[in-house]
Design a protein around this ligand. Sequence first.
Ligand code: AMP
Ligand code: MG
Length: 326
Amino acid sequence: MLLLSSCQWQEPWHDVQETRFLLGTLVSFTVYSNDEEKALAAIQQASAIMQSVEQSFTSFTDVDNSVQRFNHALAGEVITLTADVDGLLRQSLQIQQQSLGAFDPVLGALNQAWAFSEAKNQQKPLSADLIEQALNVSGVLQLQAVSGMKWTKNKNQTQLDFGAIAKGFAIDQGIQSLQTSGIEHAIINAGGDLRILGNHGDKAWKVAVRHPRLKQPLGWFDIEDDSSVVTSGDYERFFVYESKRYHHILNPKTGQPADKNMSVTVLTASATLADAWSTALFVLDVETGLKMVENMPDLEALWVDKHQVLHLSSGMKKMFFPSKAH
Ligand code: AMP
Ligand code: MG
């Protein structure tokens, strides 16, 4: 008779999956593991951390966080941000400069005026007067660093908005938490924006990129190790008025929805950077953006421009497989 003691039994490697509603979207956690109990505990911890990031950065609800305190403060009032918010604000200001102002973390008043978070099809575009009023109180020039984590603003209505970067930051924090829990192979996918850790057995993880207009994917990446893929698109939050599409990614110079691209996908190690740069590149034209990307080591991008033409950065050409239809 053959007796196997329980310690000889090895759980096979398999995907452990959980989905949660976080960051305003469905977030799926996939851990490739041979220890389901450990994987589930790690996912639980990572999702709690991502929820706390959401609570620290959200400016949509009545949560009492330092972003809301800053946004509701009066001009000249000194507000101390939390370390996470201060850190991400400083990183955002750097990207604002590198992107020649295409990315701007101080667009809260303009974003609110457009109200894309409540987008309905009956909505009308904002009048030139209201755009001008919102632009007057928006943008990094309205922000002043006092000292340490203390900040103030020039106008009462000036507001921070981390909508273009906080999801990426939350994904990075989630992956870091999984690593701390001893996980080596995983994906955190927040509504198509994702970060990958390790690999999928002896295979790379396969990631499809959404086409901005069609149901079938634009193509896919084969990627492994530490990489993030984030897309900004004009199809996420929008309304149509007199046959023209108005969407949630705004050009800080004009106050209007950016009109150069339909979608931009960025691949780089950090989800925070992928998120911020996909928004920045979406605002810029392909030529300007491509020059910036070619100057950034380890960051690649693909654009579907306003004419639905696909453009790839040089490194992207080696990693991206367009679907046959394109
Ligand atoms: P994403 O979907 O990551 O491209 O982020 C879009 C969100 O970021 C919007 O819903 C706004 O909250 C905010 N946003 C819009 N335009 C910009 C911009 N030019 N720079 C930074 N944040 C922006
Ligand atoms: Mg973004």
